[in-house]
Design a protein around this ligand. Structure first.
Ligand code: MN
Length: 710
């Protein structure tokens, strides 16, 4: 406690010290009969937590809440009591930490707690809860991180299964969170502590490696440092130079990365780094010049994170040079301010004089939040983080805001319609348009993390559109939205269902070029009569593409196969890239083919003999391809009627390509009055893909109609 007070004295006003004392007295009274598994009195834990918060130079309320963080959960102190004693700000922080604690299977180090096994929440739920707290007040998460760090420091007192579970959770959730908040110092501490329990063998191997090279390294670093120091002084650059071993977990990750790339791991080079801190940004670059004039730099090892900060705001220059005897060493150069940000992240942004608000208050808090929410889509920089989090925690969810700033979580691929139904059933039924970040978007827009979604409504009881249920049109992703839409249609009269069903089915079959045979359909689908089918379609009970697929399949069986359909091909060698057959040479399956990579990252397939290609293309963009015959593709001719506009053709072809469908021969015919008809042949795997393609094309701006030409 004395240590805590002396730390606080260095940056907090005198008046806050008595508040801290009160919080301490309150907490130690509340925890008086409790002890940790280590045997220490329980109060040791909240005091250590508060110390870590003081190291981050956080405001008085946060440090008080750190001292009090376990009294609600472990001592059943009610919110109102805390509020009366310390005010609502502190009480809310403690309440926030308590809510998080309920979710993670905490109960760490406490002997008198029953180990009730409540259903373990998933990591995704935990993380989601964290993000929501962070939106409310990021300080809650900072307290939680300090709490977790102290618990990790004392993990050895716990039974082994708890150690494993907690270490795993720390590595999966807490250290990524610290990373995203830019708190490098806490991040690596959490990582190394977790790694020690998760992979003790490897941990020992790497620490031995560090120890065995210690003398050698110290000598080497001392030489480098003193040379560099002299040289920087000679250039009148004031600096602070330090050599340090890298963190064990990051060495482990680097070794894995190297192993997977078949590269050698050179010990000294990869275990140690020299850090140079200077005052101003221009001095960083001058210092870099000095470094590069002293030693030979290693190509491709230079990163300018000052000009291009990492997404967690990390800034620094990184370079590797060959030192005295040719041994490589990594050198990081940054300003003192950048260093502080790299170590303390969001906490370094704190303006404690402003009573615990972030410098730019609410707005910057939201910026942080958005940035955090974007983390899984942003793969640059934090490889290790993305690896852990991308698929298994966040991969299948998207977080968006309501106009009031409330956060809504939806499955990845959700649309504004899903969002509207998630907010309120009535909002879904009345929605007529949607805006994402203030701009109108179509109802099949895919929600992006951090979007603010506004749904525009009508007072008329118009109800949802039956199209929202058609999976190929992409208006809904969530089962709950679809169920609510179906409920709405179920309330209608059967006559309306039949009428609508007839209209929908006729249109769909005409579009796909399938003749309608009522008797055949009744037999095939085992129905009483045709009206039953129509009613099912018109009420949304049956999915229209599914029906047309079945009808088409039945029809294909009876009709003779089209000789043209024998032209089966697909393209091998293009990986996942979208391929399009070039119209200049229109390559045929008997031609040798090559691919040309476009600026958009798609591949245009040319005949090897193509004269246009020979003249124009950069040889670096050419790859070899060959025909494959693994898929049974059939050519289908489309007729698309549209209002002509700039970019129309590009939108159509890219919409087709995005379904991984190859296009050949596109012919446009101007029709006058601004109308145009586009005829195109596409190669599809079946009627289902065709139906999806129609959905895609129909949603393009300006399209009047699209149908299959028979
Ligand atoms: Mn705690």
């Amino acid at each position: 406690m004395e240590l805590l007070l002396s730390k606080l004295n260095s940056y907090l006003p005198e008046s806050s010290i008595s508040k801290i004392r009160q919080a301490y007295t309150f907490a130690s009274t509340a925890h008086r009969n409790q002890s940790r598994l280590s045997g220490e009195p329980y109060i040791e834990h909240p005091v250590q937590t508060a110390l870590l918060l003081a190291d981050l130079k956080l405001d008085v309320s946060t440090v008080m809440a750190g001292l009090l963080h376990d009294v609600m959960e472990d001592c059943q102190v009610p919110f109102t009591t805390l509020e009366a004693a310390f005010g609502s700000e502190v009480a809310k922080l403690v309440d926030g930490v308590t809510k998080l604690a309920k979710l993670d299977s905490e109960a760490i180090g406490q002997s008198d707690k029953t180990s009730a096994h409540i259903a373990n929440p998933t990591r995704a739920e935990n993380l989601q809860k964290m993000l929501i707290s962070m939106a409310e007040d990021v300080r809650v998460v900072l307290i939680k991180l300090a709490d977790r760090l102290h618990n990790m420091n004392t993990l050895k007192y716990l039974p082994e299964d708890r150690q494993q579970a907690i270490a795993r959770e720390t590595l999966d959730i807490y250290s990524p969170l610290a990373h995203r908040l830019g708190m490098g110092d806490i991040k690596w501490k959490l990582e190394d502590l977790s790694f020690h329990y998760i992979n003790p063998e490897r941990y020992k191997t790497i620490s031995k490696l560090l120890a065995s090279k210690r003398k050698e390294r110290e000598l080497y670093i001392a030489t480098i440092t003193s040379l560099l120091n002299d040289s920087l002084n000679a250039h009148e650059i004031e600096s602070d130079i330090s050599g340090r071993p890298k963190h064990i977990y990051s060495i482990h990750q680097k070794m894995n990365r190297y192993a997977s790339q078949g590269k050698d791991f050179s010990e000294i080079y990869d275990l140690f780094a020299v850090r140079v801190l200077v005052k101003e940004v221009p001095e960083c670059y001058r210092a870099l010049g000095v470094v590069h004039s002293l030693w030979q730099y290693i190509p491709n090892q230079f990163d300018d994170y000052i000009a291009n900060p990492k997404e967690n705001m990390y800034q620094s220059l990184h370079t590797s040079v060959r030192g005295q005897d040719g041994t490589p060493i990594e050198i990081q150069i940054r300003t003192f301010k950048m260093h502080e940000l790299a170590e303390y992240g969001v906490a370094a942004h704190w303006d404690y004089k402003e009573n615990g608000l972030l410098d730019q208050k609410l707005d910057s808090k939201l910026t942080w939040m958005r940035q955090i929410l974007e983390w899984q889509t942003n793969s640059s920089g934090a490889e290790e983080f993305v690896e852990t989090v991308k698929s298994d925690i966040f991969g299948d969810q998207v977080f968006v805001y309501t106009p009031k700033g409330e956060i809504k979580e939806l499955p990845l691929g959700s649309t504004p319609v899903d969002f509207a139904y998630r907010v309120h059933t009535d909002l879904g039924h009345r929605s007529v348009a949607a805006k994402a970040n203030g701009k109108l978007v179509p109802f099949n827009y895919i929600l992006q993390n951090g979007d603010t979604i506004e749904v525009l409504t009508t007072d008329l009881a118009r109800g949802p559109s039956i199209d929202w249920l058609n999976p190929n049109l992409g208006y809904t992703r969530t089962a709950s939205a679809r169920e609510k839409i179906r409920q709405w249609f179920r309330k209608e009269k059967r006559g309306i269902h039949i009428e609508r069903g007839k209209e929908l089915l006729t249109k769909e079959l005409r579009k796909l070029g399938i003749p309608m045979d009522e008797k055949e359909a009744i037999k095939l689908l085992k129905l009483r009569d045709f009206d039953e089918l129509l009613a099912k379609i018109g009420s949304g009970e049956t999915n229209l593409p599914e029906i047309s697929l079945q009808l088409a399949a039945a029809q294909e069986k009876t009709s003779k196969s089209d000789p043209e359909a024998k032209a089966q091909f697909n393209i091998l060698g293009a990986g996942d890239l979208v391929t399009t057959l070039s119209s200049c040479c229109n390559p045929q399956p008997e031609d040798s083919i090559i691919g040309c990579i476009s600026d958009e990252g798609t591949i245009l397939v040319h005949s090897e003999k193509c004269s246009v290609l020979a003249k124009n293309e950069d040889p670096k963009k050419i790859i070899t391809l060959r025909w494959g015959t693994s898929e049974n593709l059939q050519p289908v001719r489309l007729e698309i009627t549209a209002w002509d506009r700039v970019g129309l053709l590009r939108d159509i072809t890219s919409s087709i390509s995005s379904e991984r469908v190859n296009i050949s021969s596109v012919i446009t015919n101007q029709q006058g009055e601004g109308k145009t008809i586009i005829e195109s042949t596409v190669f599809i795997t079946g009627i289902n893909q065709l139906s999806k393609l129609f959905g895609n094309i129909e949603s393009i701006k300006g399209i009047i109609a699209v149908k299959r030409k028979t």
